[in-house]
Design a binder for this molecule. Structure first.
Ligand SMILES: *[C@@H]1O[C@H](CO)[C@@H](O)[C@H](O)[C@H]1NC(C)=O
Ligand SMILES: *[C@@H]1O[C@H](CO)[C@@H](O)[C@H](O)[C@H]1NC(C)=O
Ligand SMILES: *[C@@H]1O[C@H](CO)[C@@H](O)[C@H](O)[C@H]1NC(C)=O
Ligand SMILES: *[C@@H]1O[C@H](CO)[C@@H](O)[C@H](O)[C@H]1NC(C)=O
Ligand SMILES: *[C@@H]1O[C@H](CO)[C@@H](O)[C@H](O)[C@H]1NC(C)=O
Length: 179
């Protein structure tokens, strides 16, 4: 699938998920649903995400590798968990997310454009995976971003310009260009 097409499907799914939320099962919260959709896209051979369930009334803040503040998901810390699979557009629904760490896994496919809708993001570490495609420009627009580490992937295209003062590491992507 080419990147433009993937971006559109992502955008449509995201719009659908917002407009459709009123009719969704009310017992599953917005953040839980987003994370469960992300879980579905990951192969979790070692059961690191086994606690990600709404059974027994668990909320995302009680799940392993999730950090919360004021009852909202702020941290996802899944570095080095032997995860494969891909990133879900649904990460963009986590409106309080500040830290996304999924480095040192085997994650493939593209970084979803919709990740840039998680506008509180400060730190993104996706280094040492198998990510392909371009770096979405939406990430370079994140107003609170302080560091983004995308090193050692297989990203392509032209890297967007990030704000001054943002720590950016895109080394080890042989097909990525900057201008
Ligand atoms: C909503 O989810 C709960 C827990 O997963 C389930 O028991 C219930 O049947 C669901 N309700 C509907 C209307 O889908
Ligand atoms: C989120 O991660 C940062 C940096 O590791 C840490 O200082 C902070 O306490 C974490 N917050 C939560 C709610 O887990
Ligand atoms: C949590 O709420 C307090 C008080 O409303 C606020 O000062 C703080 O910034 C909030 N923390 C986050 C991570 O949103
Ligand atoms: C991202 O994770 C890698 C691998 O664990 C680590 O070496 C690197 O320092 C991290 N990057 C940032 C910006 O923290
Ligand atoms: C990296 O991307 C290029 C171009 O899309 C592709 O030909 C190559 O097979 C990829 N390599 C790996 C290790 O994914």
């Amino acid at each position: 699938m080419n990147q433009a097409k993937a971006t559109w499907i992502c955008a449509l799914l995201l719009m659908w998920s917002f407009t459709g939320s009123a009719t969704q099962n009310q017992t599953v919260g917005e953040e839980e649903q987003a994370l469960l959709n992300q879980k579905e896209k990951l192969n979790d051979y070692f059961g690191n995400l086994i606690s990600w369930t709404t059974a027994a009334g668990l909320s995302a803040c009680q799940w392993f590798h999730i950090g919360c503040s004021n009852g909202s998901v702020t941290n996802i810390t899944l570095g080095g968990r032997q995860l494969s699979g891909s990133l879900a557009c649904d990460l963009g629904r986590l409106r309080s997310l500040q830290r996304l760490e999924m480095q040192d896994n085997s994650i493939t496919e593209e970084i979803p454009w919709a990740l840039g809708m998680a506008t509180r993001l400060q730190h993104v570490n996706l280094s040492n995976n198998w990510l392909t495609g371009g770096i979405p420009h939406s990430l370079s627009k994140l107003p609170h971003l302080r560091s983004i580490d995308l090193s050692n992937n297989n990203l392509t295209g032209i890297a967007p310009k990030f704000r001054k003062g943002v720590y950016v590491n895109v080394a080890g992507n042989p097909l990525l260009r900057s201008c």
